[in-house]
Design a protein around this ligand. Structure first.
Ligand SMILES: [Fe+2]
Length: 130
């Protein structure tokens, strides 16, 4: 199956996580088996732990936040990424346990989408029901 630009694939054996920059037709393989495409998930419940990133406007700043999620060594948001809707531009911020799960994206144009990756629960996009 052909890959698509900015898709994220994970190796279920070693945990390698990769993103497609230039797509093509070859199958992505790691540790001797096909890598698994990470589907973008969306928060469903209004309470409890949340994963979907939110794009917020604070005074003159534009910030992506993931609130209500742990940032502990065993369970945390590993990165936040934003990209223009037409996928012509992409920006990524790595996070560490103990960090605040936010990314100041004031320098990036308006027509963007945001995703984040949790080390346990995988890939999440914005919740369009907000
Ligand atoms: Fe999580």
């Amino acid at each position: 199956m052909a890959t698509e630009k900015l898709q994220i694939y994970k190796c279920e054996v070693c945990g390698n996580l990769i993103q497609v920059l230039i797509p093509s037709y070859g199958e992505l393989v790691c540790c001797g088996q096909p890598m698994r495409l990470q589907e973008i998930q969306h928060d469903k419940s209004e309470t409890g732990e949340k994963h979907s990133p939110k794009i917020e406007f604070k005074e003159n700043e534009k910030i992506v936040t993931v609130t209500s999620h742990p940032m502990l060594a065993e369970h945390y948001i590993q990165f936040i990424e934003v990209y223009k809707r037409d996928k012509s531009e992409m920006h990524l911020k790595y996070l560490n346990p103990g960090d605040t799960a936010e990314y100041n994206i004031s320098c990036i144009p308006d027509e963007i989408e945001a995703i984040e990756f949790c080390n346990i629960h995988g890939l999440w996009g914005e919740n369009n029901n907000d």
